[in-house]
Design a protein around this ligand. Structure first.
Ligand code: FAD
Length: 392
């Protein structure tokens, strides 16, 4: 018998909606299924409610994956400019905040409404609050049993995302499908997530909670981010911390340069020469938050000329190469993304189709491709969805 649908898309998030709209435009009959009552809940809360929908500086090296080259093809074929064109065609406007990050002036519900509008077609059926009990491969096509009945399709797209924010509907559905079809998975880990501290370091963070500063956070020469960091009641957060968290592994030291515009070789020597009578607190005041100086760089009341060589060396280290070992991360509860997922070696980078299982596709965050903070993850959702839809 003829299958009910050309395509079943599981997951009505960023990637699933994009894929549905593009497949329908190619004349495919599509069923989109989501277990939530509404689609795109992550789009709604994204970018602080303003949806950082892409970045002007999309580049493959801003994505983390076991195979760093996997994302190149899809990102090249459906670019940030393609998505910007779509946004403009719906009369929406946007602004660049920093570092190429584009935010929607009309807020994130407008981006979701745009995607839903794009999906509007006689060929598209949406089923929400729909639980999936199984996906079976038939001799030709697939059978999906759901809480609203059993349906069949020629092809199936897994767009159910990663594990971050279970409260708004994240599940391990994609990974279970991968296991069912014997596909290899890269171990998952929370990414773009605040780091936690313990002991003295936590006490210090609590005393400084709410203090933000511009700094350079790094693990090594290659992996470093210059952005704001923020002290919190649990430890460290802010964009610089979220960025480094995706590269950080348990018990690894994280380094901080709190004066990224100063030269570590000469900074304190120059102060000693030019401002010997002033205290460290006085000279650092224009450069760092007062509370941070007082709590972190004692003794701030000594005149610079009176500081011993050892004290100067210690202060230099604390200012330019302060090492902290976080106790962990805040986990999937607050993580913006999930690192790892379906191993890209299982997929065609042109189409996102599983090499061993023709007709089965994985797109979006379910795949082991994780972008930096700043619109990179949505762009991966759009680009991987487009690569898949184009091939149908
Ligand atoms: P999702 O958007 O997560 O969609 C998955 C869908 O599948 C959901 O609708 C879910 O309900 C459904 N689903 C899951 N399990 C099942 C199941 N078992 N059965 C049926 N349906 C299921 N990225 C950016 O680029 N810019 C930002 O500004 C940004 N802000 C963010 C803010 C927050 C707080 C968070 C958590 C993330 C943010 N991200 C941002 C990341 C971005 O939201 C994700 O990378 C992106 O949504 C991934 O798209 P996706 O379609 O793969 O998955």
């Amino acid at each position: 018998p003829k299958p009910n649908y050309d395509l079943i898309v599981i997951g009505g998030g960023a990637a699933g909606l994009m894929c549905t709209s593009l497949a329908a435009k190619r004349g495919k009959k599509v069923l989109l299924i989501d277990h939530n009552a509404k689609p795109g809940r992550k789009i709604i809360i994204s970018g602080g409610g303003r949806c950082n929908f892409t970045n002007l500086n999309i580049q493959p090296d801003r994505y983390i994956s076991q195979n760093p080259r996997f994302c190149i093809s899809a990102l090249k074929r459906y670019t940030q400019h393609d998505f910007i064109k779509l946004v403009k065609s719906h009369g929406l406007t946007y602004n660049e905040k920093t570092l190429g990050q584009l935010f929607c002036d009309q807020k994130s519900p407008a981006i979701l409404a745009m995607l839903q509008e794009e999906c509007r077609s006689d060929d598209v059926t949406m089923q929400y609050q729909c639980e999936i009990s199984y996906v079976h491969k038939l001799s030709s096509g697939f059978e999906v049993k759901t809480s609203s009945g059993t349906v069949t399709s020629s092809k199936i797209v897994i767009a159910s995302g990663g594990l971050s924010m279970p409260k708004i509907g994240a599940t391990n559905f994609a990974y279970n499908i991968a296991k069912q079809f014997n596909l290899s998975l890269i171990p998952t880990q929370p990414g773009l997530v605040p780091l936690t501290l313990s002991g003295d370091k936590l006490d210090l963070a609590i005393s400084l909670a709410g203090t933000a500063l511009d700094c350079n956070v790094f693990l090594d020469k290659k992996t470093s981010f210059r952005e704001n960091m923020l002290f919190t009641h649990r430890g460290l957060s802010g964009p610089a911390i979220l960025q480094i968290s995706s590269y950080w592994r348990e018990s690894q030291e994280v380094f901080f340069n709190f004066l990224p515009d100063q030269n570590p070789e000469t900074f304190l020597q120059d102060l000693r020469k030019n401002n010997p009578k002033e205290t460290l607190g006085q000279v650092l005041k224009p450069l760092l938050p007062k509370k941070f100086i007082a709590l972190f760089l004692c003794p701030p009341e000594k005149a610079i000329a009176q500081l011993s060589k050892k004290e100067l060396a210690q202060i230099n280290d604390r200012l330019f190469r302060c090492a902290i070992i976080p106790s962990g991360t805040e986990g999937y509860r607050t993580a913006e993304v999930t690192l790892g997922g379906l191993d890209t070696k299982e997929l065609s980078s042109k189409t996102m189709e599983v090499k061993q299982v023709p007709g089965l596709y994985f797109i979006g965050e379910a795949v082991d491709v994780t972008g930096w903070l700043g619109g990179y993850n949505f762009q991966w959702a759009w680009s991987s969805a487009a690569a898949c839809a184009e091939s149908l």
